[in-house]
Design a protein around this ligand. Structure first.
Ligand code: KIV
Ligand code: ZN
Length: 387
């Protein structure tokens, strides 16, 4: 039987930390409503102690979200937890996300501390957060570079203290997919009370492996993914929601599913890009402008014979109207003929050859030939025939 993967969206927290992407409350509310409609399970709405504006935003989002759990981030600090609990009060379902650095690098260079003290601070934070809500997620920051035996000890201790979810972030985007798989497998097999909590993947994209690492983690047994729309986030970004969700949809063989309404992905990607003033690269998987655009002659010919030849999902599944055939000097006759027919022009084989020769000259000059350019080229050539 297929198993559910919980989708934890952090566009409004980790995504919004990006310089230049800050949103006002109205913008955050608009995106939160859309995330709720998209079907995410948890919305991380902000870091309430960080500023009065973020507190107000988390509070306002808590009031409007209907289905998702609303989550607020804290450090393993009492005051942070109290402020987050206050901001989350109006939520139908709330989660406090608390935690502390767990790698020796963080323990020494951020906290000037030691493993035992850090473990105790994590446990105390979870216990304190549980006084405000029964849904507490613990993050072991920089878990990707943490000593695995210590990470297992910490995971066991925070679950015992009441954590319902344990987040194992690859904060610096350091890991390889096979390492992620091995590390999560280690926790699944060596933490005695692991079945009492959900393990969560939170991967950054510094080496371009966030999605691959997230998938590797859930293949090893994690059941929550922490993601952002368009993969927006610190430095090279977070794991992209649309990539993980569509990977699970396309690879039904993994036996995992999400509740995301995938036909809403592209519209929400555009909204986030516009509101956060962060353009999406044209070749971005799933939501980039070229994700369903075919431009070489061989691909266009194969696609026109059957879309399955070159597409592993339909554009409609992710909310894009249709695939695109881009006419350039790399296009072949099949694509030109197809576009001419869509525009109402038919030509004999000989005439099509002539048109194609002229088309290549034009395409070399102007690079992309749009419908208006094609009509301008084809109409006079076909009118010659009719005279
Ligand atoms: O990347 C990270 O470690 C984080 C934590 C605060 C969850 O964003
Ligand atoms: Zn992060």
């Amino acid at each position: 039987m297929s198993q559910k993967i919980f989708v934890f969206d952090t566009t409004l927290r980790d995504g919004e930390q990006v310089p230049g992407c800050q949103l006002n409350i109205e913008e955050k509310l608009m995106i939160a409503r859309e995330l709720d409609l998209l079907g995410v399970d948890i919305i991380e709405a902000g870091f309430p102690i960080s500023s009065p504006g973020d507190f107000k935003a988390v509070e306002a989002i808590s009031k409007v979200v209907q289905n998702a759990t609303v989550c607020g981030l804290t450090r393993a600090v009492k005051k942070d937890i109290e402020v987050a609990a206050e901001a989350l009060k109006p939520a139908k379902r709330s989660r406090i996300h608390t935690g502390i650095g767990s790698s020796d690098i963080h323990i020494q260079h951020k906290f000037n501390s030691n493993r035992d003290e850090i473990l105790q601070r994590g446990v105390d934070a979870v216990k304190y957060a549980r006084q405000f809500t029964d849904d507490v997620e613990f993050y072991a920051e920089d878990a990707g570079r943490s000593d695995i035996e210590f990470l297992a000890r910490l995971t066991e201790a925070v679950i015992k203290a009441g954590a319902t979810v344990v987040n194992l972030p690859d904060t610096t985007g350091y890991l390889l997919p096979n390492q992620t798989f091995e590390r999560i497998s280690y926790l699944v097999n060596n933490v005695p009370n692991v079945d009492k909590a959900i393990l969560s993947m939170h991967n950054h994209n510094d080496l371009g492996m966030a999605t691959a690492n997230t998938i590797a983690g859930i293949q090893a047994g994690a059941r929550q993914v922490e993601v952002t729309i368009n993969g927006i986030g610190e430095r090279a970004g977070n794991t992209s929601l649309e990539e993980v969700v569509m990977t699970l949809k396309v690879h039904k063989d993994l036996g995992l599913y999400t509740d995301i309404k995938t036909e809403k992905l592209a519209p929400l990607s555009h909204l986030v890009s516009k509101t956060m003033r962060m353009p999406v690269q044209a070749n971005k998987a799933i939501v980039g402008r070229n994700a369903f655009a075919h431009s070489s002659g061989i691909h266009q010919d194969g696609f026109l014979k059957h879309s399955l030849n070159y597409e592993i999902m339909t554009p409609q599944e992710v909310g894009v109207d249709k695939s695109d055939i881009v006419l350039t000097a790399r296009s072949g006759r099949h694509a030109i003929k197809h576009r001419m027919e869509l525009l109402g022009f038919n030509a004999t084989k000989e005439k099509l050859d002539e048109i194609y020769e002229e088309f290549l000259l034009l395409a070399d000059k102007i690079k992309e030939v749009n419908d208006k350019d094609l009509v301008g080229l084809v109409r006079p050539m076909l009118e010659e025939v009719e005279q």
